[in-house]
Design a protein around this ligand. Structure first.
Ligand code: MTE
Ligand code: MO
Length: 296
């Protein structure tokens, strides 16, 4: 039987990329859009899109995932982002000595914040292109933040204001009880085969992805016997330090019948994926992806 399953590609196309926000793109075309950088700084900045595009830019591949993504879920995508490193604009603005927080505001009324030092992360990017095309309205046109290591809630779309401040701040989701830190948890997913699939009695290649924000993946383990034993999967070199990692595992079933497959990952700092199931609320799901397949 030929099953038509969708392969996970290294780069997610814009049309396949998940979309998540509180109320969609802002109604009125954000015209004339500009980015204000102000607050506790020596130099406030006010930049048009043309001015931002004229600044030195970088391209960076990074995976984005939603804090609400369930175990094994698809609210995760990998794209090539083009934009201006946030740290270069922060240096121009020159934050005051005691400033320690960036408040981020967007055209749809969304607001979030990150510690000022996260703004100096080498991967923190004010992005205006996704996969070499201008951002679509759904993904944040004209400008959004990319913050490797953090969940999507911090990666503000339709960004139009950065206020440098001091002290604590509750963003849209923190006011509703969600995490302030929003650090991506280690996760891994089996993409092939799919749950409940029937497979022929011969060698199979089990495949999937693992992701840990900006902390990389050291190894991935696969179990084909209901987690009694684990074996190391083969890893592909990721497209960037902020990118998901593809893994594969050759498996020779020794009998026909049902098998329970599972996967877990460990990051470059030896942080292990939690195996106890945890709800997405308040700081992102934990738990390992398990599927059952049938060898016929
Ligand atoms: N302005 C704004 N930015 C936002 C949001 C939002 O509601 N408004 N949602 C966030 C959430 S929860 C996620 S997961 C990501 C999703 O980005 P995407 O739609 O490009 O995949 O955008 C983030 N940025
Ligand atoms: Mo999200």
């Amino acid at each position: 039987m030929i099953s038509k399953r969708k392969e996970t590609l290294p780069i997610t196309s814009v049309t396949e990329f998940y979309i998540e926000d509180i109320s969609g793109p802002p109604d009125n075309p954000i015209d004339p859009w500009h980015l204000k950088i102000s607050g506790q700084v020596a130099n406030s900045l006010d930049l048009s899109l043309a001015q931002i595009r004229a600044l030195p830019s970088i391209q960076q591949i990074a995976t984005l995932t939603c804090i609400g993504n369930p175990v094994g879920g698809r609210a995760m995508g990998n794209a090539r982002w083009t934009g201006v490193p946030l740290k270069s604009l922060l240096k121009k603005a020159d934050p005051e000595f005691l400033a320690n927080r960036l408040i981020l505001r967007a055209g749809d009324g969304y607001y979030e914040s990150i510690p000022l030092k996260k703004g100096y992360h080498p991967g923190a990017l004010l992005a205006y292109q996704m996969n070499d095309q201008p951002l679509t309205r759904d993904h944040g046109y004209p400008l959004r933040l990319i913050l490797p290591g953090l969940y999507g809630i911090k990666q503000v779309k339709w960004l139009n204001e950065i206020e440098i401040s001091r002290g604590s701040f509750k963003g849209y989701w923190q006011e509703r009880g969600w995490t302030q830190k929003a650090q991506v948890k280690i996760c891994s997913r089996i993409d092939t085969p799919q749950n409940a699939e029937t497979l022929p009695f011969r060698t199979q290649v089990i495949k999937g992805i693992a992701f840990s924000g900006d902390r990389g993946i050291q190894y991935v383990q696969v179990s084909t016997d209901g987690e009694k034993s684990w074996a190391l999967a083969r890893l592909e070199k990721p497209l960037s330090p902020y990118s998901w990692v593809f893994w594969s595992f050759k498996w020779k079933p020794y009998r026909r019948g049902p098998f329970n497959l599972a996967v877990k990952a460990t990051d470059l700092y030896s942080g292990r994926q939690e195996d106890g199931l945890r709800d997405a609320f308040p700081s992102g799901v934990a738990g390992i992806h398990r599927i059952q397949v049938y060898i016929a």
